[in-house]
Design a protein around this ligand. Structure first.
Ligand code: NAI
Ligand code: MG
Length: 497
């Protein structure tokens, strides 16, 4: 394990020390129940901060505030250019506090500070800037009617905000997931009740302070941390919420759909994955090996799109497995705040147990760890980067989302069968292809049932590029202009002339 941690920013130390409240209607308030819950530091397992625990009554209050802000508050009358300006200002403020956010993210989630500095926070800033631009560009069409011949009509569509939106986000990229949800919702003119994950509420709460500083009127964004089964479920079921956007497990995604049925609120879901990453023997191995390693080990494998099923053409199998295992064994695992840490702990004890459970199940079914295969140390929630071989298609480790730094490496000999093998999963979030033959690459890309296909790269994200899942990986898309569909209704207006 690595040595001295960085000195924490004073603002971070004081933020973490104070009791965190809920943001409802522009005020920081205690939970109606008076209860609090602990957010833990996953590098040590110790309590990091105490946070007001939102539940049904707090969700009711937050929805009421969001409804009022949507229907009659200043937000409902604000010009779109002003909306865009506020979102841009929010991006500037986050950028100004980049180091603070990176430290909070590292403390609460466990990820390396050096990664949060160059990935989570800058991507968040960029995301808000992209949607600041969209605020002034959401428009309808004029529609030439096909008939009837007896009358003349002027017909057009208006694209209007969907209304009050409930947003439930996970812990793997706490700040960035808040941005993915808030950016388009605010650009579209919606109002929001955001429920951060109970494991990582801190960066969203700090973001709440900056939303106020950026000038968003009271009630436009309400932030209610709490548990999924209580606060999350209340938000998903609330009769006065028009739309719910969720990122998390496929299992909970199905519960969200059921909860939303009460008032038929619109639902978008970004769920799990078990993404195939296909390496052909003609790939440029100097870039493929580190690329495929990073596809699984980035963010400790806690990525919905992690390249967790690695299919390697037989002739290249030994070389690629050796290369990735070598890469894995050099990853320095340690507390996120240590400057030389490459991989931090998993987010929680629950995730540690889940991932270790998969490792045990894999071994029991005959898989072999070329490297890793166990927990690292006894304090904190660290797992060694792991490469499993000798797996078969029906093993749990090949079929189920592990959400940890564990890849299964599987050889294939017939390239004409690889699309079917790669698609043999309930998921369809992402896929990777590594080859120097462009015909092969694009032919396979067209056959893969996945929302994103990366060719000779992986984990390339951009706010302009839609992201989301086929099959049980979700409904709808995040990012690009596609996500605006989630946050708008289309109204057809038809006038007789
Ligand atoms: P989860 O799906 O339980 O949690 C995600 C969010 O949903 C959190 O904010 C949570 O409070 C909320 N939630 C939980 N139950 C809810 C309910 N009944 N109603 C409304 N909201 C609810 O995921 P969890 O337990 O943290 O992780 C379990 C597995 O889920 C992971 O091992 C991984 O496989 C998958 N996962 C996938 C993510 C993705 O990015 N697609 C992110 C996080 C987890
Ligand atoms: Mg935490």
């Amino acid at each position: 394990m690595a040595t001295a941690a960085v000195q924490l920013d004073d603002k971070v130390t004081s933020f973490v020390a104070k009791k965190q409240k809920l943001l409802i209607n522009g005020k920081w308030v205690d939970a109606a129940s008076g209860k609090t819950f602990a957010s833990y530091n996953p590098a040590t397992g110790e309590v990091l901060a105490n946070v007001a625990e939102g539940d049904k009554e707090d969700i009711n209050r937050a929805v009421k505030a969001a409804r009022a802000a949507f229907e009659t508050g200043p937000w409902s009358k604000i010009p779109t250019s002003e909306r865009g300006r506020m979102i841009w200002k929010l991006a500037d403020l986050i950028e100004k506090h980049l180091e603070e956010f990176a430290q909070l993210e590292s403390l609460d989630n466990g990820k390396p500070l050096k990664i949060a500095r160059v990935a989570d926070v800058p991507l968040t800033v960029n995301h808000f800037r992209y949607y600041a631009g969209w605020a002034t560009k959401i428009e309808g069409n004029t529609i030439p009617l096909t008939g009837p011949p007896q009358g003349k009509f002027l017909a057009y569509t208006l694209r209007e905000p969907v209304g009050v939106v409930g947003q439930i986000i996970p812990w793997n990229f706490p700040l960035l997931m808040a941005a993915w949800k808030l950016g388009p919702a605010l650009a579209a003119g919606c109002t929001v009740v955001l429920k951060p994950a109970e494991q990582t509420p801190l960066s969203a709460l700090r973001l709440g302070e900056l939303l106020q500083e950026a000038g968003f009127p009271d009630g436009v964004v309400n932030i209610v941390p709490g548990y999924g089964e209580t606060a999350g479920a209340a938000l998903a079921a609330h009769p006065d919420v028009d739309k719910v956007a969720f990122t998390g497990s496929t299992e909970v995604g199905k519960l969200i759909i059921q909860a939303a049925a009460g008032n038929l609120k619109k639902v978008s879901l970004e769920l799990g994955g078990k993404s195939p990453n296909v390496v052909f023997e003609d790939a440029d191995m100097d870039s493929t090996i580190p690329g495929a390693a990073s596809a699984i080990f980035f963010n400790h494998g806690q990525c919905c799109c992690a390249g967790s099923r690695l299919y390697i053409e037989k002739k290249a199998f030994d070389k690629v497995v050796e290369g990735i295992s070598d890469n894995a064994s050099k990853i320095r695992v340690g507390p996120g705040l240590n400057p030389d840490t490459d991989m931090g702990p998993l987010v929680s004890e629950e995730q540690l147990n889940r991932v270790c459970g998969y490792l045990e199940s894999g071994m029991k079914e005959g898989a072999k760890a070329v490297t890793g295969g166990t927990r690292e140390g006894t304090k904190g929630y660290f797992v060694k980067p792991t490469v499993l071989v000798n797996t078969t298609e029906r093993m749990k480790v090949v079929q189920e989302e592990i959400f940890g730094p564990v890849v299964t490496a599987i050889p294939f000999s017939d390239p004409s069968e690889i699309a079917a093998t790669a698609n043999d999963t309930i998921y369809g979030l992402a896929a990777g292809i590594w080859t120097s033959d462009i015909k092969k690459a694009h032919t396979l890309a067209s056959k893969l049932r996945a929302g994103t296909v990366w060719i000779n790269c992986y984990n390339v994200f951009d706010p302009a590029l839609p992201f989301g899942g086929y099959k049980q990986s979700g409904w709808g898309r995040e990012m690009g202009h596609e996500v605006l569909e989630n946050y708008t209704e289309v109204k057809s207006v038809c006038a007789a002339l």
